[in-house]
Design a protein around this ligand. Sequence first.
Ligand SMILES: Nc1ncnc2c1ncn2[C@@H]1O[C@H](COP(=O)(O)OP(=O)(O)OP(=O)(O)O)[C@@H](O)[C@H]1O
Length: 298
Amino acid sequence: MTDLSMTKTPLLTVEHLTMRFGGLVANSDVSFVANNAEITAIIGPNGAGKTTLFNCITGFYTPTVGRLTLRHPDGKEFLLERMPGYRISQQASVARTFQNIRLFGGMSVLENLVVAQHNKLIRASGFSIAGLLGLPSYRKAESEAIDLAKYWLDRVRLLDFADWSAGNLPYGAQRRLEIARAMCTEPVLLCLDEPAAGLNPRESGELAELLTFIRDDHKTGVLLIEHDMSVVMRISDHVVVLDYGRKISDGDPAFVKNDPAVIRAYLGEDEDAELPAEVANDLPEVAQNDVKRAEEGA
Ligand SMILES: Nc1ncnc2c1ncn2[C@@H]1O[C@H](COP(=O)(O)OP(=O)(O)OP(=O)(O)O)[C@@H](O)[C@H]1O
């Protein structure tokens, strides 16, 4: 009998995605599949089109061309390119974080996580003030929202800071709070835009553990834009590489880090440029030598 837990099921299918801004092509004919309960990393040099891809998936932009199909584990399908952003988060259950932290700095840490669940609470209120004041279903939903918030605060080690103003937390803790806030919406797909930016190595290690927990214990699909290759190569099941808006490589971490096209993208075609340290540490020396030899022979 097939072990279904071992079967990869497509969660997000991106087909021929192109996004143009006037004459600038930020994404060009990009296709890939991100599976359910897997971490798919989107990497590439600055300006490669990673955030634009996220903006298309989450409804900030409508793609010029292409299809974005999200298939929930229960079989429900959503064509994201046809949906406005608020429906992508509310109905298709896609959550995201941004390159720049976007918490409600003046609210408490706990409030940030309860506010994230307002759709559930508003539904439970029966969409009325009377509901807010008295309905037992509202009180039950509110208490469940607080329980879920506490659960995620515990997971990101911020339970002791529940009453702090979110804006007063240290930077690394704010980054974790953003992920907890996204998880409080109970997404099927979590899109994280450079979650390790600005973290020290210990914090990056903790982030990697949190993301594998989200994948393994909650079976949530994670789409991860990240420049920190130590995090990407350690936790990703699948890596998609963009350069100048096009997909240049796609496979598991071992395949991608040995792919000469990827090494060339980071080195540049015709310069003696040094690889950035965080990339060089994770790309095998032998593959770099192959590229140098090929360039010398050319
Ligand atoms: N709203 C916009 N209008 C015009 N051009 C844009 C817009 N958004 C992005 N671009 C351009 O699209 C290209 C891809 O940008 P994008 O931010 O997607 O790259 P990225 O891979 O996320 O880069 P980084 O790693 O630096 O964040 C860039 O040339 C950028 O200037």
